[in-house]
Design a protein around this ligand. Structure first.
Ligand code: FAD
Length: 362
């Protein structure tokens, strides 16, 4: 039997697999996708996420990451601009996740692709290729629960739905967006537009399910709504979509945090352990942090309860602050008033960006 069985080959799963394999453990990783794939994500790599990737031996700049050191906040007729308190990178998940899996394979991890975890029934893990087992099991399958798994929360009565699309912008829009993440706040949701590698721009957004229904329920309707907004429409109207269809995800369980349960036998990693609001662009850092905390705990002989408690201690402050910001932007008057205030004092935007970071990993 393998020492560690990792379910899911996103950031959390690959990160943990690399760390455990490097420490001499035998590790198998199961990933449902057969090759590189798009994941709904703003693809904003914060400074903490960059730190973690570098500690895993990755070089996100060499992978083509596009530097981002400015944030713009657009709401209605206003646009606020401010420097970020760090340099982030825009790098697609298509490229990043694949590079991490390659690094895991290089570290000796047995990667099994094209296998789906179908159900977790007590000790039994049922996959599309039969039952699997490991001395230690780390569940890193992302936002949605696997059949049979205990869960703490779902996305509520009117959950957010997420979309992502890559575009080729016009040369003027591309040069205006260089080095910048533009956040566009609108009724029922928000979008982020930023450069990623190879002169592509990533548009990623979340929108409440009810609002999506009011718009007609389709990606085209969402795009038309965005094209009518100031500080967004003029760039998107003549942009060329670079994906056949957007990546999409429903029922986002924002704010979920795992509870340290005494009888839990699986290490829950990444979004399975806690999901922060996307507005602050730090979910990847949290996912990678879970890989570091879990692998340290496994290597020191700790149990799931120890791990969950120390992971939550690391991340719960960030999740709470990010959720507060996400709630604030949902109330129209608060949002418009807040952005008016921020335009009078853009330094607050920089402070907010700093205040919503995960503590750096020591
Ligand atoms: C709209 C949106 C925008 C975001 N923007 C940002 C951002 O700009 N910056 C940032 O830092 N974070 C952002 N995030 C958060 C970030 O994307 C996640 O926190 C991060 O991807 C979590 O990593 P993970 O490894 O837990 O899960 P994932 O990255 O989702 O990886 C899970 C892996 O498991 C595999 N898998 C799933 N189910 C199964 C199964 N049944 N069997 C086998 N394999 C399976 C999947 O194929 C995938 O490879 C955003 C999230 C959303 C929803």
């Amino acid at each position: 039997m393998t020492d560690a069985l990792v379910l899911g080959g996103g950031l959390a799963g690959s990160g943990a697999a690399i760390l455990l394999a490097r420490a001499g453990r035998s590790v198998s990783l199961i990933e449902r996708e057969t090759g590189p794939h798009h994941n709904v994500c703003g693809e904003f790599l914060s400074i903490e996420a960059r730190d973690h990737l570098e500690a895993l031996g990755m070089d996100p700049v060499a992978l083509g990451g596009s530097p981002i050191d400015r944030v713009e906040l657009a709401s209605g007729p206003r646009l606020v601009e401010a420097p970020l308190p760090f340099t982030a990178l825009g790098l697609s998940r298509f490229r990043l996740d694949e590079a991490l899996l390659e690094r895991a394979a290089g570290a000796g991890v047995d990667i099994r692709r094209g296998i789906r975890v179908n159900a977790i029934e007590g000790e039994r893990i049922r996959t599309s290729a039969g039952d699997v087992e490991g001395d230690t099991v780390l569940l890193a399958t992302g936002k949605h629960r696997i059949r049979g798994e205990r869960d703490e929360a779902d996305g509520g009565e009117d959950p957010f739905v997420g979309f992502k699309m890559h575009f080729r912008l016009s040369p003027q829009a591309r040069s205006a967006l260089a080095g910048t993440i533009r956040l566009i706040l609108f009724d029922g949701g928000y979008a982020g537009l930023q450069p990623v590698e190879d002169d592509r721009a990533n548009l990623c957004l979340v929108i409440r399910k009810v609002r999506l229904g009011e718009l007609g329920g389709s990606w085209d309707a969402v795009l038309s709504m965005l094209c009518a907004l100031p500080y967004c429409g003029e760039w998107l109207r003549d942009a060329e979509p670079l994906m056949a269809r957007p990546a999409a995800i429903s029922n986002l369980p924002y704010g979920r945090m795992a509870r340290p349960a005494a009888d839990e036998r699986m290490f829950l990693l990444g979004d399975r352990a806690g999901m922060t609001a996307s507005l602050t662009g730090d979910g990847m850092a949290l996912a990678l942090r879970s890989a570091f905390v879990a692998s340290r705990c496994v290597l020191q002989g700790g149990d799931v309860r120890d791990y969950t408690a120390s992971y939550l201690q690391e991340v719960q402050g960030q999740i709470r602050r990010a959720m507060m910001l996400q709630h604030w932007q949902e109330y129209r008057l608060l949002r418009l008033g807040g952005v008016a205030l921020l335009s009078a004092c853009p330094a607050i935007v920089t402070r907010l960006a700093r205040a919503t970071r995960l503590r750096r990993w020591a």
